[in-house]
Design a protein around this ligand. Sequence first.
Ligand SMILES: *Cc1c(COP(=O)(O)O)cnc(C)c1O
Length: 410
Amino acid sequence: MNAPDRTSQGFSTRAIHVGSEPDPQTGAVIPPIYATSTYAQDGVGGLRTGLGVGYEYSRSGNPTRTALEQALASVETAGGEPTLAMSFASGLAAEDAVIRTLTRPGDHVVLPGDAYGGTYRLFARVAEPWGVGFSTASSDPAAVAAAIVPGSTRFVWVETPTNPLLAVTDIEAVAAVAHEAGALLVVDNTFASPYLQNPLALGADVVVHSTTKYVGGHSDVVGGALVVRAPEAPGAVLDPHTHEPLADRLAWHQNAMGAVSGPFDAFLTLRGLKTLAVRMERHSATAARVAAYLSEHDAVSEVLYPGLPTHPGHEVAARQMRGFGGMVSFRLRQGRDAALKACASTRTFLLAESLGGVESLIEHPGAMTHGSVAGTVLEVPDDLVRLSVGLEDAEDLIADLDDALAAASA
Ligand SMILES: *Cc1c(COP(=O)(O)O)cnc(C)c1O
């Protein structure tokens, strides 16, 4: 029996089935790990197309990676238009492909004033020495508009919510500002995941993921992805330099630069993606409880969580997201030492970088994930603590924080 048309089916059905239709030969319900670098050809150029597409070499294509890419494309939607996803060895490898596809020396980009430290480092320490200039702007559309250099700015980069300050950007408004000036909009959707937010449907041109985080979801694999409108989509955009469809150019660079995910990594990431919806529901529900608890705590001066009605981006987040996610940051009244002490005192929250896994993590961004932006405009407050709220029982997580905050204020 043929598979039904999945495009009209719901998020979880697509995440579980697209790319994973049973293996035509064996009936295996999960795509195998195709641990192969090359593929036998039936005569020169005679690629075997038993799986629908032909394969010649695993940098260019591998069936396990294809399964993941098809599933990612099906969940990172563009308001009904077809999308194309590409899987990379890490989130930063995916970002690098965007930068080197869309820019040439002399071009300019607009970056957020608050973002993942590694993203800023890639632009400031790798791309800029090669001649790509940048300005930073807050999440305010007017500030983005002012930072654009007409004729030179190739794209505006947005991360929403941001890492680690959970600032929210109005994607639709910034897309309008970027497009008005002839620039594209790239959105890092790592914190929200495709379950909570679909930037392409809100007008963005490229979506970036660190699939290491929520998409993988189990802290056992590093990966990245790009999703764009497919070349045949009515809203497909063109590469600003070659005027070819951007999806084709990015796919070409994925192969030409070679930072692809291997089949074992693709397998783990696809396994994670299948449960993304249920995980994000629980991450969001528990994070809301943790944020409410922290808001009442005397040792805490500020809680940064878009789900709180007091959060400056709450209204925009409520409009463009389907939930508020599992990341919560907060600041300690007693400053840096108390923040470091709190991070060192939890016993269920593990002190570690990264996020989005089933286990809860705590960290001090100033000294850990965002150490590379110290002394730049992206420097974060030193009394800041970031939580990745996992899937443990909310009561246990809150009790753990309660003990740690008592230890930190003693
Ligand atoms: C982790 C992260 C990245 C980088 O991804 P890697 O998989 O670590 O290379 C990019 N953006 C955000 C928001 C991240 O959290």
